[in-house]
Ligand binder design. Structure first.
Ligand SMILES: Nc1ncnc2c1ncn2[C@@H]1O[C@H](COP(=O)(O)OP(=O)(O)O)[C@@H](O)[C@H]1O
Ligand SMILES: [Mg+2]
Length: 379
């Protein structure tokens, strides 16, 4: 565990970048430092690997004061990733990744073999190994930066706004990749960002900092969204806090209706039997059970259902892996106001109305108010 104990950093010009900060950073999880520009995030991160020395206070790594450890040994246990990757422009991708193993005296072959393994790990095509950084996209370079930081298998990874310079789609890919890698490798990651959405998505714990280098709140993301400590944190979280909080409630508990589902080859009797008071529309599926679209029961003629005439069903959700936020989004986007749930194979598993989702949201809120824990759901 990394423990930051009442640490202050005063730069020579008198700027107090970090003010009596105390944090316990748990092992094998992602702790995010988030806050507006200039609030002391980078300074805090750099004090952890002693690129910046604190003016007051102590930082402990596994119970030992980092001041008492040789800087080189300390840094070897901490990979460091920065914005724009900071790659060596005159070295190939493979040699960039092999940098630390080479410094540690591993042989050339062993270092390169390790670098190849890491390219695979971070989702880089091996064909890129011989290229130079300028021949890669921003997102690919950022993956190289992560691979390089992981090369010597350090237990700790320090990441300073690593994904801030890439476009939103690439960024989402990098975030998903980081979560996957973290799930596989179980590193202790300290991740700096100014983006609260990124913080909520990645963090097991999130430290919100405010200008002047002071800690505003340190909590798991769901707790942050539920109980912001003060108006600064509340403002920083933005106006759709309630909607975003729904990401932490699984859609699995939603009551799905299967009665309004009918296959495209349905007989007149089957269509009539499906026409229940529960739902104003029927969901028509293909012969494999995959949704095609909605129709009002009286518009369906047995044996002559034209799939082109159906009302689009929008985007479906997967109850097992998606959140209430995803389910609500599907219902809001659906022209009928009903969301379609599918299984892993894309077959219709049921339908659910906005109203039912609304009731589930109220239920989830009531439950969490009683102190039930909320876990992270995929989206
Ligand atoms: N080397 C330095 N000398 C003087 N002031 C600095 C130095 N580095 C950062 N600062 C100041 O310290 C504060 C925190 O900076 P920084 O840690 O980089 O913030 P963040 O990463 O949150 O944007 C800012 O006011 C910044 O201008
Ligand atoms: Mg910074």
């Amino acid at each position: 565990m990394i423990r930051i104990d009442s640490v202050t950093k005063r730069y020579p010009d008198g700027t107090v970048a970090v003010d009596r900060l105390s944090l316990e950073i748990p092992d094998r999880s992602i702790t995010v430092l988030v806050g507006p520009s200039g609030c002391g995030k980078t300074t805090t991160l750099r004090m952890i690997n002693r690129m910046v020395e604190p003016s007051e206070g102590t930082i402990l790594l596994d119970g030992k004061d980092i001041q008492q450890q040789p800087v080189n040994t300390l840094r070897r246990s901490m990979g460091y990733v920065i914005q724009n990757a900071g790659l060596f422009q005159h070295r190939t991708i493979l040699d960039n990744i092999a940098t630390v193993p080479r410094l540690l005296g591993w042989g050339k072959e062993k270092s390169r073999a390790r670098a190849r393994e890491l390219m695979d790990r971070v989702g880089l095509d091996g064909a890129l190994a011989k290229r130079y950084p300028y021949q890669l996209s921003g997102g690919q370079q950022q993956r190289v930066g992560v691979a390089r930081a992981l090369a010597a298998d350090p237990p700790v990874l320090l990441m300073d706004e690593p994904f801030s310079a890439v476009d939103p789609i690439v960024r989402k890919g990098l975030q998903d990749e980081l979560l996957r890698i973290q799930g596989e490798l179980g590193k202790t990651i300290v991740f700096v960002t100014h983006d609260i959405d990124e913080a909520v998505k990645l963090g097991t714990m999130v430290a919100v900092m405010r200008t002047g280098g002071r800690l505003a709140q340190f909590a798991p993301p769901a707790e942050l969204l539920t109980n912001p400590a003060d108006s600064f944190v509340e403002d920083f979280l933005g106006t759709d806090r309630g909607i975003r909080r729904l990401s932490f409630f699984p859609a699995a508990g939603l009551e799905l209706l299967t009665s309004p589902i009918t296959a495209i080859d349905a007989t007149a009797e089957q269509i009539a039997a499906r026409d229940t008071a529960d739902a104003p529309y029927l969901l028509v599926t293909d012969l494999d059970g995959k949704p095609l679209g909605w129709a009002e029961p009286q518009d369906l003629t047995a044996g002559a259902i034209d799939s082109a005439q159906l009302i689009p069903y929008g985007r479906p959700f997967v109850p097992g892996t998606d959140s209430l936020r995803a389910a609500l989004d599907c219902a809001v986007l659906s022209p009928t106001g009903w969301a379609v749930a599918v299984d892993g194979e894309g077959r219709a598993a049921g339908v659910v109305s906005q109203q039912t989702i609304g009731e589930a949201i109220r239920g989830a809120h009531a439950k969490s108010a009683q102190g039930a824990t909320t876990e992270k759901v995929a989206r």
